[in-house]
Design a binder for this molecule. Sequence first.
Ligand code: ZN
Length: 162
Amino acid sequence: MRLRLWTTLFLVTIAQVAWGQTSTNPKLVNAEPTSPEPSVNSYVVIGATPEQETLVRAQIQVMQPAVYPLRVLFVPHWKYMDTARIFRLHVPAGYTSAMFTHLPSRSVFIDSDRYVSNDSLGHWVAHELGHLAANSASENAADKAAREYRKRLKDARKRAIH
Ligand SMILES: [Zn+2]
């Protein structure tokens, strides 16, 4: 019962977010000069601390993914597990994951109780963006697409040291 209620609330939230984006989608607004929304900022980050949002946006900007997410959601562990169940996500026994991507809604879910460092955040976000780029649930396809993104993150870190 509780799960069903949460499912409904969740879907309503997604619908509202999707609706909000549709109404401000630059492609739907014909030559609107007052909303030059760069694609790099056209996704929403939900549930993050200001530091987390700044960090994940900076990392995604560095990675320049072929396909951007529509939303990146930082959720506490219990919510993360609930959402995985709602999406009937198969998580193999013993497999620890701090994030997953729901391809149809281009939503990346991050377990905010689980990710351990800034570098690991970028490493795994690259994998999730790989799923989006490959438009595939295959882990191999995601990792293959993530390789270039991780290289860009690494290069950016090197530049920052100098
Ligand atoms: Zn994956």
